[in-house]
Design a protein around this ligand. Structure first.
Ligand SMILES: [Zn+2]
Length: 345
């Protein structure tokens, strides 16, 4: 279904007061939420992360609606023993961005909310080929961008055009992750330095060490160089996980038990990577499959996560947490669910 139609249905159901009925039918009792950057300058960063206002709203709404924000361990423990007394949310942040400390941490502290950060070694060591930051910098700073590898010239003089050009270029990489390296010459020609962007946007080693002593934080693995693991041979994929785990444990002097697959979609991870994560000594691994947690089919090495950010409205966030967006998909696939909804409301 097209996004505007989906939004219309979600808003319609919300206004019609059907949210509680949807919730009782479709909502899981637990969800792992995925954030990346929490941005003060949301538009300047081309709306690529989560705005500070949506982030604040998310946490306040979770508390108000009776969700308990817990560690991943506690959440899985509650789900596995089918504890229905509360609903549980786990907050995760990928890649180790500076604004997770400068912007998000004071808000997390105010809510006494534990959180988990998945950090690739390349971020604090300033070697990460963060092509997504390179592309954003290109479109942010120029009105005309030529990407030779795509054989495309973008004219993007305003915010809307920049956002849409960035989305198209990022989509081109997501279609085939090997293409990420093909952007190198474009960055070089434009004077965009990925190591300078590492410095500007990612926490450094000392900041991670200081943060690791904070009582609310835990760190999880996210590989050494942030590759799509499925594109690597087994030995390289194994080393990406194990080396990063060792690095983070040495740096923080804390055990690193959890793992996030870079990109986390079916093109980047599957059953082989689940086995590798288990072999590397992790106890869980998260994907980016956008679902809530449920007791049935709970695979500790392929846990789903709900992304919150971009142009999400507050209503869209609430609908996602209430299982509404998932429900709309299900209803379209099998309208017999509508009968259930009718009899429960
Ligand atoms: Zn990542």
């Amino acid at each position: 279904m097209k996004q505007p139609l989906k939004d219309f249905v979600c808003h319609g159901v919300s206004w019609a007061g059907l949210m509680p009925a949807f919730r009782s039918l479709f909502a899981g009792r637990a969800a792992i939420i995925m954030f990346h950057e929490i941005q003060r300058e949301f538009r300047l960063e081309l709306a690529t992360g989560t705005s500070i206002s949506l982030f604040e709203h998310s946490l306040s709404w979770l508390r108000r609606e009776g969700w308990e924000i817990v560690s991943l361990e506690e959440c899985l423990e509650r789900v596995s023993r089918d504890d229905r007394s509360r609903r549980y949310a786990v907050l995760t942040f990928d890649d180790g961005y500076r604004d997770n400390v400068s912007v998000a941490l004071p808000i997390l502290e105010r809510h006494n909310a534990p959180f988990l950060m998945y950090v690739p070694t390349g971020a604090p060591t300033r070697t990460l080929q963060a092509w997504w930051l390179g592309l954003r910098e290109l479109f942010r700073s120029r009105d005309d961008v030529t990407i030779d590898a795509m054989d495309t010239r973008f004219h993007c003089p305003d915010f809307e055009a920049k956002v849409s050009a960035l989305a198209r270029a990022a989509q081109w990489v997501h279609q085939d992750y090997q293409r990420a390296t093909m952007l190198g010459p474009t960055f070089h020609k434009a004077g965009v330095s990925l190591s300078a962007l590492n410095e500007a946007y990612f926490l450094d080693e000392q900041e991670i060490q200081v943060l690791s002593r904070h009582p609310l934080v835990s760190f999880g693995g996210h590989t050494t160089s942030h590759p799509a693991l499925k594109t690597l041979d087994s030995a390289s994929a194994r080393a990406e996980m194990a080396d990063n785990k060792r690095y983070l444990q040495d740096l923080t002097q804390r055990p690193v038990r959890h793992f996030a697959y870079p990109y986390g979609d079916p093109k980047a991870c599957g059953p082989r990577e689940e086995n590798l994560a288990s072999d590397a000594g992790f106890s869980t691994a998260v994907t980016t499959r956008p679902e809530q947690l449920c007791t049935q089919h709970l695979n500790q090495f392929a846990l789903p996560r709900l992304f919150v950010g971009g142009f999400d409205s507050e209503i869209a966030f609430q609908a996602r947490m209430n299982g509404l967006q998932q429900a709309v998909h299900m209803l379209l696939r099998d309208p017999r669910h509508l009968m259930q909804l009718h009899s429960s409301s």
